[in-house]
Design a protein around this ligand. Structure first.
Ligand code: NAP
Ligand code: GCO
Length: 268
C-alpha cells in the first residue's frame, strides 16, 4: 500500500480553533493554514479578536475572527452559523480556549472553581455539541481537545484546572465512544510546560536576576531539559487533524518533552 504525504494535507478543510488570538491556539491555527486549511478563531472580546486578526495578517494568513465566549451556548451557536456562512461547515475543531487560577484549594472560592470548570470543561462540551451535527452530516470530523500535564498529575494550587483537564480527557474518550461510528475522531493533545502568557508568571526573573524556582524545577523535571514552545505542538496538531490519523481515536497525545515518562532527578 503506497503512502502519500498528502494524507497530512488539510487542503480546503474548515478549522475552528477557539481562543486562538495568540499562544498555543495561534500556533496550531497557523500550522493548519500552512497545511491548507481555512481558519476561523474566536475570542471573548473584540479587542482580542482584532489583535488576533492583525497577527494572522502579519503571518500572511487570511483568518476569520469572531467574538464568542465558549461558555455561552447562544454565542457559540451564532459563531458556528457565521462560520458556515463565511467559510462552510466546520471539519476540524480545536478546543483550545482555557484559563487557570493558581489558588491553594482551601483559599479557593466555589465561584472561582466553577469558573475554571466552566471555561475549561463546559466550553469544550458546548462547542463540540455545536459542531458534531454538521460533522455527522458531512460524514467526517476531527475534534482536538487541549488537555494538560494536569490531566494526569496534580500539584499545589491548581485543583480546579486539574479537575477540568482530567474531565476533558474523559470527555475526549466519550466523544470518541459516542461518535466514532459517525467517522468523527476526537483526540487530545496534552502539552507539557509551554512558554506562553499563561505560564509567564512561572518563568518571571527574580529580583536578583536569577531564574524563578518553578522555572528551574520544570527544566529539571523535563527530560528534554527545556520549556516547550508553541511550535512543538504544530506537527502533532496537524497529524491529529489530518486523514493520516483516521484510525486514531480517543487518544491523549502528550507533547511534553518526556515529563510523564520521568520519575524526577535522583538525589546527588
Ligand atoms: P493563553 O496564552 O492564556 O491563551 C488562552 C486563550 O483562550 C486566550 O486567547 C484567551 O482569551 C482565550 N479564552 C479564555 N477564556 C475564553 C472564553 N471563555 N471564550 C473564548 N476564549 C477564551 O493560554 P495558552 O498557554 O496558549 O493555552 C491554550 C490552551 O492550552 C489552554 O486550554 C491551556 O489550558 C492549555 N495548556 C497550556 C499549557 C502551557 O504550558 N501554556 C500547557 C498545557 C495546556 P483572553 O485573551 O481573552 O484571555
Ligand atoms: C501550572 C501550569 C500548568 C500548565 C500546563 C501543563 O500552573 O502548573 O500553568 O497547568 O500550563 O497545563 O501541562
Amino acid at each position: 500500500m503506497a503512502f502519500e504525504m498528502n494524507e497530512f494535507s488539510l487542503k480546503g478543510k474548515v478549522a475552528l480553533v477557539t481562543g486562538a488570538s495568540y499562544g498555543i491556539g495561534f500556533a496550531i491555527a497557523s500550522a493548519f493554514a500552512a497545511a491548507g486549511a481555512k481558519i476561523a478563531f474566536n475570542d471573548r472580546n473584540d479587542d482580542a479578536v482584532q489583535k488576533g486578526l492583525a497577527a494572522y495578517k502579519e503571518a500572511g494568513i487570511d483568518a476569520k475572527g469572531y467574538v464568542a465566549d465558549v461558555t455561552d451556548e447562544e454565542q457559540v451557536a451564532s459563531l458556528i452559523q457565521n462560520i458556515e456562512k463565511d467559510l462552510g461547515g466546520v471539519d476540524i475543531l480545536v478546543n483550545n480556549a482555557g484559563i487557570i487560577k493558581r489558588i491553594p484549594m482551601l483559599e479557593m472560592s466555589a465561584a472561582d472553581f466553577r469558573q475554571v470548570i466552566d471555561v475549561d470543561l463546559n466550553g469544550p462540551f458546548i462547542v463540540s455539541k455545536a459542531v458534531i451535527p454538521g460533522m455527522i452530516k458531512k460524514g467526517h470530523g476531527k475534534i482536538i481537545n487541549i488537555c494538560s500535564m494536569m490531566s494526569e498529575l496534580g500539584r499545589e494550587t491548581v485543583s480546579a484546572y486539574a479537575a477540568a483537564k482530567g474531565g476533558l480527557k474523559m470527555l475526549t474518550r466519550n466523544i470518541c465512544s459516542e461518535y466514532g461510528g459517525a467517522n468523527i475522531q476526537c483526540n487530545a493533545i496534552g502539552p507539557g510546560y509551554i512558554a506562553t502568557p499563561q505560564t509567564a508568571p512561572l518563568r518571571e526573573r527574580q529580583a536578583d536576576g536569577s531564574r524563578h524556582p518553578f522555572d528551574q524545577f520544570i527544566v529539571a523535571k523535563t527530560p528534554a531539559a527545556r520549556w516547550g514552545t508553541t511550535k512543538d505542538l504544530q506537527g502533532p496538531a496537524v497529524f491529529l487533524a489530518s486523514e493520516a490519523s483516521d484510525f486514531v481515536n480517543g487518544l491523549v497525545l502528550y507533547v511534553d518533552g518526556g515529563i510523564l515518562a520521568y520519575i524526577g532527578k535522583q538525589p546527588e
